[in-house]
Structure formats: C-alpha cells, structure tokens
Design a protein around this ligand. Structure first.
Ligand code: GMT
Length: 377
C-alpha cells in the first residue's frame, strides 16, 4: 500500500506512535509518506520505503497566524495526487482530520478518490477537542473520516460521550517495539546515578500541567523520607520551572536530576526501578508501556486508559488522581520486598507483550484495507 501519515513532529505521544507505525509499515514493504511541518522526532534513519514531505507555509505581514491548515491541505492534495496514495492516515484530530476532509473534497473535484483514517490520541478529545473553540469542527471531521480509531477503550467512550459521533470507532491500542524497548545491562550507568544502590524512580513527560509532575516530586519526597532513592525527570515543558522550585521547597534537590529531552530513553528505563505517572488525564500512557517493556513497574493514577495498560496489583498500582499519599505508599510497598519487586517486573514485561508491535501492526493493515474496500465517495 501507499500510505500517507500526517502527524505532529514533536516529542508528544501521537507523533511517536505515528512515526513508529510508519517505520514498521515501511519495514513490511509498504510505501510510507510522512507529511509534517518538521521532520518527526523519531524519524532518524534512511529507509528505502520512507518519504518525508515537509509542509511549508509562507509567512506574510498580514498574518498574525500563518494559515497552517491551508498549507497542509495543499500539501496533502499534492502528495496524494503525485505519489498516488491509497490511504491517508492522520494522527491527532485537530486540525488534521478536518484538513484531510478538505483535501479529500478538493481531490474529489478532480476525480481522485482518497479514503482517510483518523486516529484519536487523547487531548484532541479530552482537553483541546472539548473546547467550544474547536468542538463543532472536531465532531464533523470525525464523522467525515472514512475510518476512525482510538488508542484505548476509554478514549473511545470519552469521544462518544462528548460528541455526537455516528461513525464506528475502532480501538487499536498503542504498541511497543521490543527490538528497542527491552531491559539491557547498564550497570555502570546505574552506579553513576545511584552509587550506593539507591532505588531509581523515573518520570518521562512533556511537563504539561496534565502530567502533574509536581505530584511526582511530592511522591518522591515521601519515598525519600523513608529510604535512599533517586528521581530522574526526563522531558521538558511549561511546568519545568515550577517543578524545579518545588524540589527546592521540599529540600530534595540533591536526589533529583532533571535530564531534559532525551533520545535514548530505553537506556534510562534500563536502570530504573519504578515509573511514576500521576497524570490528571491520560488516554493510554505510552511512556508507561515503554517502561513496562523495560521491566519497570508503574505507579500511576487510574484516569482514562491507564487501567488498560497498568494492571493494579500486578504490574504496578493505580490510585485516584492527586492521591500522592496512596501513590507513595504503593511505591514503598513495592520496594519493601525484593521478591514482590521482581514479580512486578516480570508481570510488567508480560503485560507489555500484549501490545507487541507484531500483534498490533496487522490490525492497522487490515483496517486500512477494509477502509479502502468500503470507501464510499
Ligand atoms: O500526553 C501528551 O501530552 C501527548 C499526547 C499527544 O497526543 O501527543 O499524548 C496522547 O497520545 C499518546 C499516544 O497515543 C497517549 O499515550 C497519551 O496518553 C495521550 N495523552 C493524554 O491523553 C494526556
């Protein structure tokens, strides 16, 4: 198949999923065209089946906001037409689903037919999508997509609850590539971070408010009050300064390391003992899955799709959003017994295997084919 993939190129989960999906499809022999305004973060290497089409938008003094949607729609028209795509798969509804619809209509006027698939990732529904500034367009564009997928059952239910959706939404969960995410021996690295055998807690996110990184620090402070431990904070974003301030207030700066944006996160996960994800909203929690693939148990909130990934009492523990007492107690519980910690590590790996890319990729391939075969224009 010739597949166009539209995504945000940033470190966000939707861009990561889109890029990893495209790379895996290319590996299976499909021709994949990434269409974005910058090279996606995880699109690092050359592959004969991968093409990158950059959306460029001319600036003009009249524009306070350059018309990204118009530029993207034009690019989609161009790529579909000249690269003869079979299907367009857009990740993150805003504005990609409505732009895909516009491109489809333009092409139709020229007698070219292109089915579109929209994947809903989370905040495009639960935070941004619900905003009255976007909601009518989001609902319309979802209904006009030829195929719609959501990354968890919870996100599907949220979408049906918030919007009047007539389209069938297929749940295709996010996936993990075990050739990259697996526990490797990085003991020398571990010794550098935790020279006295301290437990290493880790959090990875884009430091937006919804991630509640301040809760991560509060949980860590409670754990640190009881035992030697270190905290690795990976990523960057708007909350970083507040979080740094909180570390100072709580007096644990010497045990907390801010490492900023990192590419080789599997190496950091390889030395970690516990992953902390206290999010206020989370449709899936891809970074928790990446941790589990590296045999790291997860302490998380029980919001959104997290219970579909992290199994309470097996791969980690779930608590109500904001209940840092419970999350810290659960972390200490896991650390209280080496036997339990090892069991949780093994369970995490087993659960992550359910999301093995080898299981999920064929679901996408079949779905593309179904959408192409049933496309009504
Ligand atoms: O979580 C973010 O801030 C990034 C966001 C995105 O769309 O890039 O992530 C969403 O999509 C990920 C991939 O499907 C999911 O794993 C995340 O749970 C989801 N984030 C939220 O729902 C907050």
């Amino acid at each position: 198949m010739r597949i166009g993939i539209v995504c945000y190129p940033t470190y966000g989960g939707s861009g990561v999923v889109a890029t990893e999906l495209g790379k895996a499809l290319a590996e299976r022999g499909h021709q994949v065209h990434f269409i974005s305004y910058r090279q996606p973060a995880r699109l690092e290497h050359f592959h004969e089946n991968i093409f990158y089409k950059e959306v460029r938008f001319a600036d003009y003094p009249l524009f306070d906001y350059p018309p990204y949607e118009t530029a993207l729609a034009s690019k989609l028209v161009d790529v579909v037409k000249y690269d003869k795509l079979d299907v367009l798969h857009v990740h993150y509804a805003i504005p990609h689903a409505s732009v895909a619809y516009m491109a489809k209509k333009i092409l139709l006027a020229e007698g070219i037919y292109i089915p579109t698939v929209t994947t809903l990732h989370g905040t495009d529904i639960t935070l941004v999508g619900k905003d009255p500034a976007y909601a009518p367009v989001v609902a319309f564009a979802i209904n006009k997509s030829d195929g719609v997928t959501a990354v968890s059952e919870s996100l599907k239910q949220d979408t049906l609850e918030f919007f009047n959706i007539k389209k069938e939404i297929k749940v295709i969960p996010n996936f993990i590539d075990f050739s990259r995410f697996k526990k490797t021996d990085k003991d020398h690295f571990k010794k550098a971070i935790a020279p006295n055998g301290e437990k290493i807690l880790i959090h990875i996110s884009n430091f937006r408010k919804v991630k509640r990184v301040d809760d991560v620090v509060r949980i860590f402070a409670k754990v640190r009050d009881q035992m030697p431990a270190k905290l690795l904070l990976i990523g960057d974003g708007p909350e970083r300064q507040n979080v740094e301030q909180l570390c100072r207030q709580l007096g644990h700066c010497q045990d907390i390391r801010f490492l900023g944006k990192q590419d080789a996160i599997e190496e950091l996960l390889a030395i970690s003992d516990l992953f902390i994800m206290p999010s206020g909203s989370e449709s899936f929690g891809l970074s928790a899955l990446e941790a589990m693939a590296c045999e790291v148990p997860v302490i998380s909130s029980n919001t959104g799709g997290l219970p579909e990934v992290n199994v309470h009492g097996k791969t980690g523990f779930l608590s109500n959003v904001g209940d840092v007492e419970s999350m810290a107690a659960n972390a200490l519980k896991i650390f209280s017994s080496e036997k339990m910690h090892q069991e949780f590590r093994a369970n995490a790996l087993k659960q992550a295997d359910l999301f093995n890319i080898g299981n999920i990729l064929p679901i996408y391939e079949d779905y593309y084919q179904e959408v192409i075969d049933t496309y009504v224009y």
